[in-house]
Structure formats: C-alpha cells, structure tokens
Design a protein around this ligand. Structure first.
Ligand code: NAD
Ligand code: G6P
Ligand code: MN
Length: 444
C-alpha cells in the first residue's frame, strides 16, 4: 500500500508529552509520513513554550511538513486525517486535587482510579463530547485516536453518545508499556510478543504472551521469573519512585492471584488502604511528574528557544506513549493489522459473553483500515467476572451521573468503587470533589 502523507492534529498539544511524540513522528517519518501537523491546545501559553523546539526539530528532520500552532478549534481540524488526543481538562492543578482530596479521607489518591479518577472522568466527558462534535463538523471521516484519561470512563461515555461512530478509538499505553518490560525479561523483541488480555481499562490481566515467531506462550516462563525476581519497568517513562513501587506490587498481587499477570493499575483496588497510608499528601504523582518529566522537557524547550538552534539539545523520543500513538495510526492508515490491546464495547456480548453488552472492555485485537477488530476472548471466570462487573457498574453510573448531573448516581458509583466501598466516605469525598470541581461539573 502506498504511504500517502497525512495530516495529523494533536489535541492537547501543550502536554509536555508532545516533544517526545514529535520525536516518535520523526523516527517513524518513513513509515508514517506527514503532510501537515496541527498542534492545538486551548491554552496557547503551553504550546508557545514548546513551539521553537518543535519547529527546529521538524525543520531539521521533516522540512516539508507544514506546521500550524493554534488555540482556535475552528482551525484545528480542517483537512485532518488523524487526531491524536491527549487533553487534561483542568491541567496539573486539578490533577493535584484528584490525588490529594481522597487522601484526606484515607482513600487512594490516583488520577484514573478511585475518587480521583471519578473526578477527572467527570471533567473529561463533556469537553471530549464537544471535541468529537467539532471534529465531525470539519473532518467527518477522520480517525479520532483518544488517549485522554480516564480512558475507561471517557471511552464508555463516547460509546454511549456516539454509538455509530466507528472511527473513534480509545487506547491505553500501559499494556504496551508492560509488554516492553516483559520482552526485556524474556529476552525477546517486544514486537514479537502477541498478547492475549481481558479486562476493563486499567483493570485487566494478561493471559497469554505468544512469541509470534515460534508460537510459544511465554507467560508461564515470565510468571516463573516473577516468583523470585522483582518486576522492574523497562520504560524510561516509568522509573520514578512511585512507578518502581507500582511495578513491585505486581509481584505482590501475584502472591495472591497467580493465574494471570495483572495490569499495574489493579494495585489501587487490591491494596487501596496500604497505598493510601503510604502516600504523602503534600507530594503526590502530580508533583513528581512536574519536577521530573515536565521540568526536563521544559528545560530542553527553553534551551532551544534561547539559542535559536538545536545545538546540544537532545531529540526527545516517546519510547512508549509516542511510539505507540504513531504505531496505532500507522496500522490503521496502512492496513497493517497489527495486534494491540484495545478498548471497545462488548456489543452483542461478542467479546466476553458473560459480561454486560454495554461494558467497555479491553482485549487484544488488530488495527486495520477498517478500524479495531477486538478478538473475542470467551467467558471469564467468576472471580474476574465479579471484579469486572462491579467496576463496570461504577463506570456506567459515573457516566450517567455526569450526563444527567445526578448526585445520587455519583454516590452509588463511588460506593461501588473498590477503592472506596463505604457510603459515608463516598459522600464526604464526593462533596469535597464537587466543591473543588465547581467550574467543571455540578450534580443535583
Ligand atoms: P498535561 O496537563 O501536561 O497536558 C494536557 C494539555 O491538554 C494541556 O496543555 C491543557 O491545556 C490541554 N487541554 C485541556 N483541556 C483541553 C481541551 N478541552 N482541548 C484541548 N486541549 C485541552 O497532561 P499530560 O499529563 O501530558 O496528559 C495528557 C493526557 O493524556 C491526560 O488525559 C493523560 O491522562 C493522558 N495519557 C493517557 C495515556 C494512555 O495510556 N491512555 C498515557 C499518557 C497520558
Ligand atoms: C500510563 C497510563 C496512562 C497514564 C500514565 C500516567 O501511561 O497508561 O493512562 O496517564 O501512565 O503517567 P504519569 O507519568 O503522568 O503519571
Ligand atoms: Mn492508561
């Protein structure tokens, strides 16, 4: 298939993940050629500080690509083939609240799980719906590749509001990131590992890791290794202390439930109390990421801006998030049918027959010019079904609470969430979150 150069819009381009995504686009420029790159963010100041670095990098490696930096959504989607969406509604300030308010009640403080994920979901849903409507006005046939979190809730909401739009895809890079680490341990190329997986987003399990060259399932070998070796991330983006602690909890989860290999995010449900107790309410992941990734990226951008050149300035590469985004788009654009862990609706109960048909499940599947083809997983066992049905009910009530501004449904959602469970705490944390989020959402 001829690789026609494409027009991509990055939505939320002020993210400090963008320079590394540009590096991935540069590295993949032959495989995924660009015609035009539009960088859109509602907060122009966040793109402004990165603009020179991005312009200089693109001039050096992809001089023919037209660049547009804009905060005008009426200019963002014209002629667009792909949207790479990575917005954080409320920015880091609200992320910090998502993580800290639950800790006041002894509850897990995390941006995508527990009450923090709930609050973030409530903020993300409506701007995401607005964005899809805008995109469809200007680019009716474009692919919308969404990474905005909490992807479980955003994806479920979009599937309800746009049930016939098959060109919206919600993706998470954590399975991809974990596969990178598995590959290092197993001494194979990560692209030779073909996973089987089931769950909901940030709530799932690897069940097989096929070596696509030999057909061997490498999961037993990996499980064996993890019996007496600490699980460590082989992902430069996940080496801060909180991530090292997170990976170790995979070993701990497997001491109880050794059958499959759990996604790191399950730690927030199995070890909620311990994690809340060990958290520092003055310094959560928001500060860690700000002082780490954000500072490193902004310093590099500043150097390029002040010098007006790239001399001594490294090329940032998104070895997980950025690479995956480009590989996902490449597989669709050029009909490669590559296998990823993908989210989608359990329509007709085709994917997991013993889960509800509106569940937004996550399983292995392939990406082609026709979009996502999720591989049917089959029935899941009672333990996992129980956990997932509970989590699905939480997600569904959260989406309904947001779309209907319904306080009671929000209270039910939070009470169901395994990181909360007590109605007293659910109510207290809900009231507190609602107050802090009053510019974004309100419930009656
Ligand atoms: P960030 O805060 O650094 O950047 C997000 C940007 O989005 C900001 O510049 C902000 O101004 C912008 N924004 C906010 N609302 C917007 C809107 N309505 N339209 C356009 N832009 C808007 O955030 P980050 O930490 O880099 O993360 C970006 C997003 O990607 C988050 O949702 C994060 O959770 C998500 N993420 C997802 C995955 C995944 O696996 N799915 C991986 C990494 C990050
Ligand atoms: C992984 C998850 C994402 C999440 C990110 C947080 O990549 O899959 O959903 O947004 O981690 O990373 P951060 O460095 O911002 O804490
Ligand atoms: Mn994710």
């Amino acid at each position: 298939m001829e690789r026609r150069p494409l027009t991509v819009t990055i939505v939320g381009a002020g993210s400090t993940r963008t320079p590394a995504l540009i590096g991935s686009l540069v590295n993949y420029r032959e495989r995924f050629p660009l015609k035009k790159l539009i960088l859109f963010d509602i907060d122009k100041s966040r793109i402004d500080v990165q603009e020179d670095y991005i312009r200089l990098t693109m001039q050096k490696y992809c001089p023919d690509v037209e660049l547009i930096f804009t905060d005008d959504e009426d200019k963002a989607y014209i002629g667009m083939d792909y949207a790479f969406v990575q917005m954080r509604v409320g920015g880091f300030e609200m992320r910090s609240h998502d993580e800290k308010i639950p800790l006041k009640y002894g509850l897990v403080g995390q941006e995508t799980c527990g009450p923090g994920g709930f609050a973030y979901g409530m903020r993300s849903i409506k701007p995401m719906i607005h964005m899809v409507n805008k995109i469809r006005e200007f680019a009716p046939d474009a692919w919308i590749l969404n990474y905005t979190n909490p992807a479980a809730i955003v994806g479920l909401a979009l599937s309800k509001v746009f049930p016939h739009d098959d060109k919206i895809l919600n993706m998470c890079d954590q399975p991809y990131s974990m596969i990178k680490s598995f590959a290092k341990i197993l001494e194979v190329d990560m692209y030779d590992i073909e996973p089987r997986y089931f769950g909901l987003n940030h709530f799932g399990w690897f069940t097989k890791l096929y070596n696509s060259k030999t057909g061997e399932d490498l999961l037993p070998k990996l499980k064996n290794y993890l019996l007496d070796h600490e699980f460590k991330p082989f992902n430069a983006e996940q080496r801060d202390q909180s991530w090292l602690d997170t990976y170790k909890n995979v070993n701990r989860m497997m001491e109880f439930f050794p059958e499959y290999l759990p996604n790191t995010y399950l730690q927030y449900y199995f070890f909620a109390d311990d994690i809340a107790k060990a958290s520092n309410p003055e310094f959560t992941r928001a500060e860690e990421a700000k002082r780490g990734r954000e500072k490193q990226v902004l310093d590099i951008c500043k150097q390029a801006r002040e010098q007006g050149s790239l001399e001594g300035v490294p090329l940032l590469i998104g070895e997980v998030h950025g690479n995956m985004m480009v590989e996902v788009a490449e597989s669709i654009a050029f009909d490669l049918k590559k296998v990823f862990v993908i989210m989608g609706v359990n329509k007709g109960r085709d994917i997991i027959p013993n889960m509800p048909e509106d569940a937004f499940v996550e399983v292995a599947g392939e990406l082609s010019k026709d979009g996502a083809k999720l591989y049917p997983y089959g029935e899941i066992k009672t333990f996992y079904k129980g956990l997932m049905e509970n989590q699905h009910a939480y997600e569904k009530l959260t989406v309904e609470a947001c779309l209907e501004s319904n306080y009671q449904k929000a209270l039910e959602a939070l009470t169901l969430n395994r990181a909360v469970t007590k109605p007293e705490k659910a109510r207290a944390v809900l009231d507190d979150l609602m107050e802090v989020n009053k510019d974004y959402w309100n419930l009656k």
